[in-house]
Design a protein around this ligand. Structure first.
Ligand SMILES: *Cc1c(COP(=O)(O)O)cnc(C)c1O
Length: 374
């Protein structure tokens, strides 16, 4: 049997051990230590921005702390892209707020500007202006930043940019994560770089950074005893995980290049006469191609292909199930056009790891070409 090919496994450089060993030998093992700041600096440098970066224990924590600092509380409404991973929306519920789901457009598969404005107007007419918008660069493809931010500005609603899948993606040569009032990154095991588990919040000022660190470290006040006037969270990254992150950030350029090479390999080597289609980059959009995604003809076509790949020991994954169709979110308002539902029914993520070998890629494309010939 051929060895298993995964959709997006972790990819270590080999240098992580040295960084971790250093931290261990200096006893920097917890939520303080020099590698946390170094990791944050490395991300900030890479983003090529004056935005501040706070390393946290997950991307989900970063969204939670962004919502808190925007002032979202019980009963508020927060707009969220429907076509995304549940973690984009879960923190809205942690706060007792109400998610309002918006469908996608077909150029980037992200927030549809037309539905977004329609929803904002409708929510205002019902008596509640949404407190925030969570927009996602899904699979690394930037959302329609100009259009979405124009609407957000018009109605004065802050944007949380969920760039969990989009480290390295750009719009008009500016890195994703730096456009919103807040940006979030994830370093979970399946993302383009990983710290095993981890994330970051990107924000616009030192004050917000300091406040984020305060909230993420149990909101301890400045006193000799434990003194609290606010609810705190245990969301800071550890120095050990930051050590892994430092080694990973050194190769982020290569990781983006490898993922983009995967996409190019698939588009070149999957037979042109197949009914499969790919998500193209519109002008000014640069995707890190975290995932190479394809659309098939139908649900049945998609499932047959997925099962053929599974038989060949190749993992592939249906696209995210839209949140407005998830049992846990069914009761919340949604503004839909059918696009994300159709993407979910017919779409598939192909293996996209930066550690795929040429032979892996050949094995996958041969399997797919053969599947459609048989
Ligand atoms: C992975 C992911 C998150 C959550 O990140 P974690 O670090 O796993 O908490 C949020 N949004 C999207 C779109 C993601 O893919």
């Amino acid at each position: 049997m051929n060895s298993k090919i995964w959709v997006s496994p972790p990819h270590m450089t080999g240098e992580e051990l040295e960084y971790v060993q250093n931290s261990l030998s200096e006893n920097w093992v917890s939520s303080v230590g020099p590698d946390i700041n170094k990791f944050e600096d490395a991300i900030q440098d890479y983003l090529n921005s004056t935005d501040e970066v706070i390393a946290l224990n997950s991307g989900t924590s970063a969204i939670h702390l962004a919502l808190i600092q925007i002032g979202v509380t019980q009963g508020d409404e927060v707009i969220c892209q429907s076509f995304t991973f549940s973690a984009s929306a879960n923190p809205i519920l942690y706060l007792g707020a109400k998610p309002i789901f918006i469908d996608s457009e077909s150029d980037t598969w992200n927030l549809c500007p037309i539905l977004l404005e329609e929803a904002i107007k409708d929510r205002i007419s019902k008596g509640k202006k949404p407190k925030a918008i969570i927009a996602v660069h899904l699979y690394g493809m930037p959302y329609k930043i100009t259009e979405i931010h124009h609407i957000a500005k018009k109605y004065k609603i802050p944007i949380i940019e969920d760039a969990a899948e989009a480290l390295g993606s750009e719009y008009k040569n500016k890195k994703c994560g730096t456009f919103g009032d807040f940006g979030i990154l994830s370093f979970n095991g399946n993302k383009i770089i990983t710290t095993s588990a981890g994330g970051a919040l990107i924000c616009k000022s030192k004050d917000i950074k300091n406040n984020t660190i305060h909230l993420a470290t149990q909101a301890k006040e400045d006193a000799p005893h434990y003194q609290h006037t606010k609810i705190g969270y245990n969301y800071r990254i550890s120095n050990i995980l930051s050590s892994i992150g430092l080694a990973q950030m050194k190769v982020i350029h290569n990781r983006v290049a490898s993922r983009r090479n995967n996409y190019n390999f698939y588009t070149k080597n999957l037979k042109a006469n197949l009914t499969i289609s790919f998500l193209k980059e519109p002008k000014d959009f640069f995707s890190n191609r975290w995932m190479t995604t394809i659309l098939t003809k139908s649900y049945k076509d998609r499932e047959q292909l997925r099962l053929t790949l599974e038989k060949n020991n190749i993992e592939s994954k249906p696209l995210w199930k839209p949140l407005h169709l998830q049992p846990v979110f069914l009761e919340y308002p949604s503004y839909v056009n059918g696009i994300s539902e159709n993407l979910f029914n017919t779409g598939l993520c192909l293996p996209s790891g930066s550690n795929l070998t040429k032979n892996n890629l050949k094995r996958i494309t041969i399997s797919i070409n053969k599947h459609y010939e048989d």
